[in-house]
Design a protein around this ligand. Structure first.
Ligand code: SAH
Length: 328
């Protein structure tokens, strides 16, 4: 099944009438390859300051109505400690591209958080080789940076002053340094075709990601793309399911953006190929301020709620770090 070619992928992505079948097939492949464990990652959005101006993103630099925040070193470390005490075995540190967190500051934070016996994922955008190397040596295990789209023309329209090639090179550096590599895309970007999504999936396979995050684009009212249609849950789920067929043993999160489109979005995703959930562990004030897109859930759901939901669909919560284990 991982031999799917581009035409077959396009067909699967386009077939609205056959999607139940596709989701079931992805669910089976997930079960056979990564089992029934759902790995939880505690997500800390530690700064909404960003130097970039991505047209789709609510915390883009030119959105002057965002009240900006930055967690202090102490606050970030203590939030991570709290998350580890809640049982999270992975901490995901995400932010805008905020250079206040320079190499030394981030290395200090990573070293402190590592003492809580957790895996650390960084999701802080583009940095230079020297920084990626230092973060890795300080103890960061994984790095998450979506390529967003492999349509270079579209990328350059949506991410002004950024370079697709540079982002791609960052992903290669991250891989070379021995991080587990997470990447991914948004589904339903303006002018994005099904064919282009098929190229995205083949790209993620080609660079051998360890994790692939796929979520719908949701227009934010304070951005230039406010009036766009945005992606649907159904196409996002189909895309995620095909990703599972293409790369049977990787980690695939049920993304938060899916939950924003449907109250059971993440559960549907877990039943269509996903095996990871990244609950937000910030307080609700910070959650509101980190508004990448509207209707982002701002209630951190409690551990027992998540456990109940996961168990109600016959799954269990992963006990280990939930690293990617390549099967072949
Ligand atoms: N600065 C980091 C983190 C970016 S925010 C980095 O560059 O990697 C995390 C992800 O949110 C982005 O990669 C993008 O795919 C997604 N995102 C941003 N705006 C969005 C929107 N309006 N709808 C859906 N997803 C969005």
């Amino acid at each position: 099944m991982s031999q799917l070619n581009k035409d077959m992928i396009i067909r699967l992505l386009s077939e609205e009438n056959n999607e139940q079948n596709l989701w079931q097939q992805a669910d089976r492949v997930r079960q056979e390859n990564v089992g029934d464990e759902v790995h939880l990652r505690g997500l800390i959005e530690f700064s909404n300051v960003c130097r970039n101006n991505c047209l789709y993103c609510g915390i883009r630099k030119d959105n002057k109505s965002v009240c900006r925040y930055r967690m202090s070193e102490e606050e970030l470390v203590s939030t991570a400690e709290k998350a580890s005490q809640m049982g999270f075995k992975t901490i995901v540190m995400q932010s805008g591209e905020d250079m206040y967190y320079n190499k030394d500051r981030l290395c200090r934070i990573i070293e402190k958080i590592k003492k809580f016996d957790v895996a650390i994922t960084l999701s802080i955008g583009e940095r230079n080789y020297d920084e990626y190397k230092a973060f890795r040596e300080a103890g960061a295990d994984r790095y998450l940076m979506r390529i967003e789209t492999t349509d270079k023309e579209l990328y350059h329209k949506l991410d002004p002053n950024m370079s697709w090639q540079h982002r791609y090179e960052c992903l290669l550096m991250i891989k070379e340094l021995g991080y587990e590599l997470g990447s991914g895309i948004m589904v339903g970007l303006p002018e994005q075709s099904i064919e282009s999504i098929a190229d995205d999936l083949l790209f993620l396979k080609e660079i051998e990601v360890d994790m692939a995050g796929i979520g719908p684009f949701i227009p934010h009212p304070q951005t230039p793309l406010a009036k766009e249609a945005g992606g649907t849950l159904e196409l996002s789920l189909r895309t995620m399911a095909v990703m599972r067929l293409l790369m049977p043993d990787i980690n695939i999160p049920a993304t938060t953006a899916m939950e924003s489109l449907h109250p059971e979005g993440r559960i549907k995703a877990l039943q269509s190929g996903a095996n990871v959930v990244m609950p937000n562990v910030n307080n609700s004030e910070y959650m509101k301020l980190y508004e990448l897109y509207p209707h982002k859930p701002t209630q951190g759901f409690s551990q027992s709620d998540i456990a109940k939901k996961i168990e109600s669909i016959g799954r269990c919560i992963g006990k280990g770090y939930g690293s990617h284990h390549r099967k072949v």
